[in-house]
Design a binder for this molecule. Structure first.
Ligand SMILES: Nc1ncnc2c1ncn2[C@@H]1O[C@H](COP(=O)(O)OP(=O)(O)O)[C@@H](O)[C@H]1O
Ligand SMILES: CC(C)(COP(=O)(O)O)[C@@H](O)C(=O)NCCC(=O)O
Ligand SMILES: [K+]
Length: 232
């Protein structure tokens, strides 16, 4: 059986895994669960702690293959960082932009990753990163309010409506949801776009509420960026 490469996106909440073979990306839903075949190498991008990475490495039982770390850098192909210290940019942001550039070459873009934190990055048509935002994500914002107040409580079930609410948990959930939608709209007001791309765990709940924007969902954006680092 032909063997592929395992790609890992290690975020602050979850680990996302994809199997890469003959240019095709196949999502692995239950990593470190079942894979199409044992991989010949692992390429990974991590914004989590080194401890988390080591734990994952041993859990995966893939200790006999090479693990290649992907890092943010000053330039990759057409993409150029705006950071004075490029290595300090989250590699998930770097790779999402690289993936976006692959989907829409020579196009000005807003690239959104709705993960633990929500990030928005502005990319010029010539590949220059113009800058970005880091905003607490849907769960982090809710947690912040319940942690810093005495009387705001949440409920387990998450239900988002773009409407005012009449009980504490719904006021919190709807309020945070409105704030997240507002920051996405604000970005497009600041730099109006013909194309926006969104990825990350919360992208699907946000999408239906952003219908007036030229926004497209691409769940594998970070992995598309990662494939640019694979050397055969
Ligand atoms: N199966 C899941 N497990 C955990 N979070 C999920 C799941 N599906 C969707 N989510 C949402 O995804 C968010 C995390 O997004 P993700 O892109 O995985 O974050 P990160 O890259 O920071 O780990 C969570 O806040 C949660 O709302
Ligand atoms: C902003 C982030 C926390 C987002 O990661 P995530 O929430 O998706 O796990 C991550 O990209 C990060 O740790 N960035 C480092 C700082 C920076 O990008 O400038
Ligand atoms: K992420």
């Amino acid at each position: 059986m032909k063997q592929g490469i395992l790609l890992l996106d290690i975020g602050n909440t979850r680990v996302k895994a994809v199997y890469w073979l003959d240019g095709q990306l196949t999502a692995i839903t239950d990593f470190p669960g079942v894979m199409p075949a044992s991989p010949v190498a692992v390429y990974y991008a991590s914004v989590a702690t080194d401890e988390r990475l080591e734990q994952l490495r041993s859990e995966s039982q893939l200790t006999d293959v090479d693990w290649h770390q992907i890092r943010s850098e000053a330039q990759k192909d057409q993409l150029r960082s705006s950071y004075a210290k490029p290595e300090t940019m989250g590699v998930d942001r770097w790779l999402a932009m690289l993936g976006a550039q692959q989907c829409y070459p020579h196009t000005e873009l807003l690239v959104i990753d709705a993960g633990t934190a929500l990030t928005i990055d502005h990319l010029a048509a010539d590949g220059q990163h113009r800058g970005g935002w880091i905003v607490p994500g849907i769960h982090m914002q809710q947690k912040a309010v319940t942690n810093y107040t005495a009387r705001v409580f949440n409920r387990d079930q998450q239900q988002f409506e773009l409407a005012f609410a009449q009980d504490t948990a719904s006021c919190l959930q709807n309020g945070v949801f409105a704030a997240i939608l507002a920051v996405i709209r604000q970005a497009n007001q600041l730099v109006p776009q013909a194309k926006m791309l969104i990825t990350g765990g919360d992208a699907t709940v946000l999408m239906p509420f952003l219908a007036e924007l030229p926004i497209e969902i691409e769940p594998l954006l970070i992995f598309r960026g990662m494939t640019r680092y694979i050397v055969n």
